[in-house]
Design a protein around this ligand. Sequence first.
Ligand SMILES: C[S@@+](CC[C@H](N)C(=O)[O-])C[C@H]1O[C@@H](n2cnc3c(N)ncnc32)[C@H](O)[C@@H]1O
Length: 239
Amino acid sequence: MGDDSEEFDQRYQFGRTLVDELGAAGAGPETFELLGMEWDLVPGAYAPKPGTGTEWYTSTIPYPRQGRFLEIGCGAGVTAVWAAQHGCASVLATDITAPAVESTILNTRRHGVEDRVQVRQSDLFAELDSSDRFDLVFWNCSVIEAPADFEFTQDFEWAIFDRGYSALGRYLAQAHDWLLPGGRALVTFNSLGDAERIAQLAAEAGTTLTRLASADRRLAGRDVTYNIFEIVRDPARGR
Ligand SMILES: C[S@@+](CC[C@H](N)C(=O)[O-])C[C@H]1O[C@@H](n2cnc3c(N)ncnc32)[C@H](O)[C@@H]1O
């Protein structure tokens, strides 16, 4: 489906509503509560709401016990901190925006896991060491496709929009390159995004998506189904 279709426009307009409703922030650092804990937020990073995706994903992901966890797009750092507190030996958390990286650093200190969580600003895997490998790679992705000529003007927009789903396509194609033997690559996708497009991108990446879990919630007045998918590389592509 092209970016001139009515469905594309409806999804994009709802994304704009999410940016306005969820991205509004004051001038200084703030805090929010999730999973019974308090979290720091540098304005411009995504502050997940109780009852929505991040809370469910974070408490549902099959973390590797004593393993290495890579979180792409860590936002405020909730999942990365939780992973360190729930059995992962080491966590690398990356995000493309500075406020997300700064928030995550604050939260690793607030929750006393800075010895086990490294934080790095990176476009997907670009700033990783080439020898880095993980037991689990995960991205709660930016779910709404923006037009190919979309220009990001606010940090927060990165939490909602993916221009032409180009980041998602790269993630699906590259996540397996960073796995240890037996490692797993996961991605979230919810019903606000374009399910046909992610299936198409997965096929283009030589992968298939297997749903591990799903949950129904409400976000900004809408019913939303959140999903966690395992990215399975097609046998012809190796592991
Ligand atoms: C839906 S938000 C999830 C944030 C956080 N993990 C959570 O669950 O609350 C998606 C995150 O991915 C980040 N992101 C978007 N594009 C990215 C890219 N190309 N590389 C790294 N991070 C990216 C955004 O800045 C945002 O923090």
